[in-house]
Design a protein around this ligand. Sequence first.
Ligand SMILES: [Zn+2]
Length: 77
Amino acid sequence: MTCVICKHGIPQPGTTTVTVERPGTLVVFRQVPAQICPDCGERYLDAEVVETMSTVAEAAAATGTEVDVRVYRPIQA
Ligand SMILES: [Zn+2]
């Protein structure tokens, strides 16, 4: 897959830090698995990963957590 942003780089597997915001809540996920473009730095996240982070952020918002920093972990089915 060629990067859709710079149309040049080939994204490689790696990890990154992603911040997810919900009203009143900020959750920072570290070591999130992603494909990262070596040329422009664009990150490509799996839909499943995005959904997991969204679920965790909403749970944090529901419990009134204002800021949370955590290592990304897949939700066990
Ligand atoms: Zn790129």
